[in-house]
Design a protein around this ligand. Structure first.
Ligand SMILES: [Zn+2]
Length: 269
């Protein structure tokens, strides 16, 4: 299990020094939908999602978008607008609808491997809290109606909604430690099945802050890279291999170099 040095029960608020920059909070936020692990007791991200193993929300480090390419437009908006609070929404038990599982308060950001040119910003929480999931329909109004409106991935929250949702999470018991244990348990389960915790990444272990430097933007010659590939095939500009993945990966699963993958169709064209 990952050690959290700075706080008990929460965000890895290990202060991000360079290259992280502080984010000014304007009081706004986002609802953010993520895929969760159906077999898990707590709705942690879907680590075992086939061909698209999820690394975000990465509660072990309290980051979002550091390791994965998920939700670039939300991450960009958070940085541009200081919309610092991300409320996490997921469908955990099919048929039960969406639930609110917790939030990040983002304190810092930096450019990810794909760089600002691709609107790729990594976010780091200075505070986070995960709770017994609350069905969005049972939130007090007007939050229930607001959160129940069908939307795909993200929905901005204004200052009032942000404050109210945060108060609800803060008044619920902090279950973050249980979520962290669950991440670790699912990773061990995946490893026992495939000898890799993240087979679509070619990755045998979990994520810690020690992995972060490999995911910072270091290449000044970055070009724009599409975030999706129609045939789910990506070619590595470094080693030349073609890999299959539902989402753009920040590192090549074979040679492990960062920001080298491009959609295979684009290369062929
Ligand atoms: Zn490669």
């Amino acid at each position: 299990m990952v050690e959290n040095d700075e706080t008990s029960g929460g965000a890895s608020t290990r202060p991000p020094g360079e290259p992280w920059r502080p984010l000014t909070d304007t009081g706004r936020g986002y609802l953010s939908v993520y895929f969760s692990e159906q077999m898990a007791r707590w709705p942690v991200r879907e680590i075992t999602r086939r061909g698209d193993n999820k690394s975000d929300p990465n509660i072990e480090t309290g980051t979002y978008g550091l390791f994965s390419t998920c939700e670039p437009s939300m991450r960009n908006r958070i940085v541009q607008d200081g919309a610092a609070t991300i409320f996490f929404i997921t469908t955990h038990k099919p048929g039960n609808g969406r639930v609110l599982s917790g939030y990040y308060h983002v304190g810092h950001f930096t450019e990810g491997t794909q760089g600002a040119v691709n609107r790729d910003f990594a976010l780091a929480a200075d505070l986070m809290r995960f709770i017994e999931p609350i069905p969005v329909g049972s939130l007090p109004e007007p939050l229930a109606a607001f959160c129940s409106v069908p939307f795909r991935q993200i929905r901005p929250t204004d200052v009032d909604a942000t404050r109210a949702l945060r108060a609800i999470c803060d008044s619920a018991e902090d279950r973050t430690e249980e979520y962290l244990s669950e991440v670790s348990r699912v990773e061990r389960f995946a490893y026992s099945q495939t000898e890799l915790s993240y087979p679509s990444w070619g990755r045998d272990g979990g994520f810690t802050w020690a992995d972060a430097p490999e995911y910072y933007q270091t290449d000044d010659d970055l070009s724009k890279v599409p975030n999706s590939s129609k045939n789910k095939k990506w070619r590595c500009r470094e080693c030349g291999f073609v890999i299959k993945s539902g989402a753009l990966l920040k590192k090549c699963p074979l040679c492990k170099k960062a920001a080298t993958l491009v959609p295979d169709t684009e290369v062929a064209a």
